[in-house]
Design a protein around this ligand. Structure first.
Ligand SMILES: CC(C)(COP(=O)(O)OP(=O)(O)OC[C@H]1O[C@@H](n2cnc3c(N)ncnc32)[C@H](O)[C@@H]1OP(=O)(O)O)[C@@H](O)C(=O)NCCC(=O)NCCS
Length: 250
């Protein structure tokens, strides 16, 4: 496997973004408004040096997407409760204002479903750290979404993330992959991604009735979705885990 960035291989952008998610991935995350600010093509054009791909021959089989933002601005907290969404907004703000980035934030790591379970995610992480160093940025932050947390949406994220195995590594496999790669768990981003939508949209995304007030368990969601049936809305507030990775000095 060879790692490249879109800065060196802009011709691969389409194929890199075409790496699919597993068929059972939740559809409702597309309702996260902040994600519109950092859509694929926009990131590929503004931060091509922060979009990493692993190539099997010439075929992209994994991607790691990052944005740059100015951590040292406006008294921004280091690990905001607003997690993924908040950094997406900061990155867009900084881009509009011409503020020079000093930090990278990972938005996504995806491995082609045909290549899952082969240790590629660790290789993507290593390539991301190298890309961050090459860009002259000082750190890499990750509002980490542990997909397996969907198996127990009712467990608070801090309780889930604190679970360890006998060898001291996190019990969750995705957290474990990051910690094994040198990542440090820094805290919880309690409101990392928020999806608010009408009941009709939720029904279309999930096939569930959404006809009663209260929390609803939705496949793929890391926490319950809160329904206000008489108000015709439901809101999902996804918690993530803040992880920081040291960046090699150049
Ligand atoms: C999460 C993801 C990136 C992992 O990539 P991967 O290359 O398949 O993972 P790896 O082969 O490096 O394995 C990482 C760990 O997970 C474990 N693992 C892999 N597949 C597993 C499975 N189906 N069930 C349980 N554990 C599994 C591995 O054993 C390894 O843990 P270990 O080293 O302690 O044994 C991949 O599943 C993916 O792209 N998912 C869709 C996108 C996504 O959810 N990204 C994360 C949020 S942005």
């Amino acid at each position: 496997m060879r790692a490249v960035t879109l800065a060196s291989r802009p011709d691969l952008a389409e194929a890199v973004y075409a790496i699919p998610y597993p068929a059972d991935s939740p559809r409702f995350m597309r309702g996260d408004l902040a994600s519109l600010l950092v859509r694929g093509r926009r990131v590929a054009e503004r931060w091509p040096h922060l979009v990493v791909a692993l190539l099997d021959g010439e075929r992209p089989v994994a991607r790691g997407i990052m944005v740059g933002f100015t951590a040292a601005r406006d008294a921004r907290p280091r690990f905001p409760d607003g997690g993924w969404d908040e950094v997406a907004v900061w990155a867009a703000e900084d881009a509009m204002d011409g503020s020079e980035p000093d930090t990278a934030c990972a938005l996504e790591i995806a491995v082609h479903p045909e290549c899952h379970g082969r240790g590629l995610s660790g290789e993507v992480l290593a390539a991301m750290r190298s890309a961050v160093a090459a860009a002259g940025l000082t750190s890499l932050l990750v509002p980490l979404r542990p997909p397996d947390k969907a198996a127990e949406p009712g467990t608070p994220m801090d309780v889930y993330a604190a679970r360890t195995r006998a060898d001291g590594l996190p019990a969750d496999r995705w957290l474990r992959t990051h910690v094994r790669a040198g990542g440090r768990v820094e805290g919880i981003a309690w409101c990392s991604s928020t999806v608010q939508a009408t009941l009709a949209r939720w029904r279309a995304w999930t096939g569930l009735p959404f006809d009663r007030d209260g929390p609803v368990v939705v496949p793929g969601a890391l926490a319950p979705v809160h329904v206000a049936a008489s108000q015709n809305v439901a809101v999902y507030v996804e918690p993530n885990v803040w992880v920081s990775h040291a960046v090699p000095t150049r």
